[in-house]
Ligand binder design. Structure first.
Ligand code: LMR
Length: 392
């Protein structure tokens, strides 16, 4: 019976939205769920998106179904940004489809991993908690390795060992850029080595690229994806436009599969289409169509890239200011300066996380993950003082 179902805890990250909203203090700070905020603490719709939406309303003449693959104009328009302008489909070896956000893409990719008979998914820890939740729901065995060291650098020995023990029956999930939750990314040289190991061990790479453009730049953030795809016969890339186009609630993503022989692509993608049909049938159209209109228009593309540059610059400034604070109470904020994207982890104890909430009205994940975009030049000093207070 339905009433035999057990009570489930609310998703810890999404629960932070409500916790923060319920706090009456005017100077509370929300460093929880990963949305970008301006220096004024707002998450406005991109100007380029507003313009594209206006155009969409004026020109769209039908809302009839498009099929499980969604808007293929959108899917293909993104490809030069992800895979490079020179050969966006790598000679016909890559095809994609639209998905409901990055989560829809991950769900589909991991269901494909399962369906293709892979036994294990190798994942660096900590990772975005939903990675493990999706695997648990699919019944996919997860093998974890340590992603980063305490000093804020990647733990290359751990991934070397994990891949040395892996083989053809394994897939590995990698964060393309702006690692969530640590902000600690592989350097280009490290990606070179990882690409070689993946090819040697014949492990299937699944790359989660949810923050392209928010780390070091659109091209720079694609280095890992391109390097890995150049080295291996098969791979999948899970893409999200929710952050780099600010479309969070519109759920805009894409799944790309690469195979060795273009002749096999239709067969492989037919599985992704069938799985999508059995899950959500067809992706929501609006956000993807707006992205397509931007990417089809040179001026709108330039406007979008400019807006993205401003976001990245602001996050760099926040990171620089935190790094400048250096040793603060019992923690060192210096490594945050060289990390990428929306997130970094501060090694708070669970009690310190609670104290930050109850004593200072500062909300972030229980893992100690902060969304640096929640900090502004107006609240950052309060944050640093609170860190010193609870960890000192
Ligand atoms: C996050 O990690 O905060 C974001 O990816 C939002 C989410 O869905 O969890």
């Amino acid at each position: 019976m339905l009433i035999d179902l057990k009570q489930q805890p609310a998703d810890a990250l999404l629960a932070l939205i409500k916790l923060h909203n319920a706090d009456p203090r005017a100077d509370k700070i929300d460093l929880g769920v990963g949305v970008y905020r301006t220096g004024q603490g707002e998450t406005p719709v991109f100007g380029a998106i507003k313009a594209a939406e206006k155009k969409l309303v004026e020109t769209q003449d039908s809302k009839a179904y498009l099929g499980p693959e969604g808007d293929m104009g959108f899917v293909e328009a993104l490809m030069p940004y992800v895979f490079g302008k020179d050969s966006p489909s790598m000679g016909g070896r890559i095809e994609g489809m639209q998905t409901p956000g990055g989560t829809g893409s991950l769900r589909l990719a991991l269901a494909m991993v399962k369906r293709a008979g892979y036994k294990r998914l190798i994942v660096g820890k900590p990772s975005w908690p939903n990675h493990n939740q999706i695997c648990a729901d699919l019944g996919l065995e997860v093998l974890e390795f340590n992603h980063a060291r305490a000093d804020g650098t990647t733990d290359m020995d751990a991934i070397r060992t994990a891949l040395a023990d892996a083989g053809e029956a394994d897939a590995v999930l990698l964060h393309g850029c702006c690692h969530n939750p640590t902000g600690i990314d592989y350097s280009n040289a490290e990606w070179d080595e990882i690409a070689g190991l993946l090819a040697e061990r014949k492990v299937l790479p699944v790359i989660d690229l949810a923050y392209q453009g928010l780390g070091r730049g659109m091209e720079e953030d694609a280095y890992g994806v391109r390097r890995v795809l150049a080295a291996v016969p098969e791979a999948m890339v899970c893409y999200s436009c929710d952050k780099n186009f600010g479309l969070y609630r519109d759920r805009v993503g894409a799944l790309y599969a690469m195979v060795a022989d273009p002749a096999d692509l239709a067969k492989v993608m037919s599985n992704a289409h069938a799985l999508a049909r059995a899950n959500w049938s067809q992706p929501p159209d609006h956000g993807g169509a707006a992205v397509r209109l931007i990417l089809e228009d040179e001026a709108l593309t330039a406007q979008w890239l400019d807006e993205l540059d401003q976001m990245r610059d602001r996050m760099r400034q926040v990171r620089a200011r935190l790094a400048e604070a250096g040793k603060t109470g019992g923690v060192d904020l210096t490594p945050i300066g060289i990390q990428n994207g929306l997130f970094s982890i501060i090694p708070f104890t669970p009690e310190q996380v609670q104290a930050m909430r109850s004593e200072h009205g500062i909300y972030f994940a229980g893992s100690g993950r902060i969304n640096v975009a929640g900090l502004t030049m107006g609240n950052i000093d309060k944050f640093i003082a609170a860190v010193a207070d609870v960890t000192g």
